[in-house]
Design a protein around this ligand. Sequence first.
Ligand code: ADP
Length: 502
Amino acid sequence: MLLYSLFKQLTSPQKKTQNIAVERENNYFRDSSFKAKLVGKILDTASLKVRLTVGIAGVAALGMGGLAVWTSMRMQHILVSTNKENMKYIATRFPQDVKIYSEMIPLEEGAKRAIASLSTTDKLIWIKDAEGNITAKSQTLNTPEIGDTLLAVQNVPLIPQVQDLHGSYWLMCATPLQVNGINLGQLYLAHNITRDQVMFLNLMRSLAAATIIAIATMTAIIAFYIDRSMQPLKKISQLTATISADKLDQARISLEQAPSEVKELAETVDGMLIRLSDSWGHQRELLSNVSHELRTPLTIISGYIQSILRRSDNLSEMQTEALKTAASEADRTVQLLQDLLDLARLDSDRMQFQLEPIILNDLLHEVVGMAKQYSARIITLDLKPDIIAIKADSHRLKQVLLNLIDNAVKYSEPATPITLKLNRENDRAIIQLCDRGVGIPLQQQGRIFERFFRVDESRNRAGGTGLGLSIVKTLVEGMAGNITVRSQLNEGSTFTLSFPAQ
Ligand code: ADP
């Protein structure tokens, strides 16, 4: 804090950099886009895209499947009913033929003649008497494989029905046979429809395959179409994810070729961004004005207390102690106000960097010299003989390094060493500040650069605002560098700054 305050006196307050990205917001968006990618890889059943695709494809599949089933049933019906008519015709004509023949020859002979005249190789007829003996049959039924199969069929229905007999399909029916009032038994009719049925089954298979392919293709087309329709929404999500608090005034969602509903949504979001930007701007201005107005009287108060402490030798011990506490609290508050002012300037882009080539070897010597003047701690400088230069704002870089040294002093025991190292790695200049202090727990290392974040109030006995590292990070990034931390509890911490080397 002391070193940092010293630096504040040395540097002009209005030089500062570009914007400060609100780290917590960025982390949130980074996390959520990562999550979205991960979930996108597996099937996200909660997504509108998947739900719409499944819904539409399901309805389409139901429709097409239903149509295919209905078509197959219709075709089967047409195939069977044509042949049924034929069989009905034979069943009605047969007794009449037998009757005609029986006028010239005995009844049994007449039946055989009628069978012979009405049978073909595909249409077979036979008669069974009341005892179940076959009294007459078509010639083809003498062929063992056909005869054995057909004549063995029991419970032949009255209405023609398709029978699957070991791979061959027959339309069969049986009807009582009476001629001239004499009961001749049962008349059996069988029509071989194997060729038509096989053709029909093949057709059904092709129809099923075509339906499945059509459903799959349709699902793919629907998914593609829905995905395309969702693009404007995805774009809105991507654009809003990149908006940080400091860019609210420039952030606008412009979608040229989006559907009108999505355009309306984008316009609503734009309106909200404008309102947010205005209110953010007012807040920043208020913060900056309040900090500025409070800092001056507090600095004066602190100055008066210091001068009383220096000049009055008639103060009691208790009065001296009280004044020292008041002075230290006033200093702490002035520091907090200064940090807030810095942040307000960073947020409103009012901080400009004076970038110039800097020889880091010299700058580190200077910083260590400044630190030594105001702290009893020994700071070791570990430099290689080669000269390393970068382009940076020397005042801001000193502010960064003094802030880090200040923390190293605060969070380590006086007897432990603090080392400042300079190296070159490929085309980067690497500055490292190592201490052997209390360290930072792993799960909190990612958060120490957030505004107002302090690891554990109980161990921060040296005081602080929780703003130092967030300002440091913004300054470093404003000079095209980056800062990382490696730390182990009770072992120490190493802060690494990396800049493009010249
Ligand atoms: P503060 O004003 O509290 O020092 P900073 O932003 O500088 O705020 O640091 C944030 C927190 O990070 C500190 O409260 C402290 O707990 C932790 N921290 C920073 N530097 C160190 C360090 N060198 N060793 C251990 N902890 C540190």
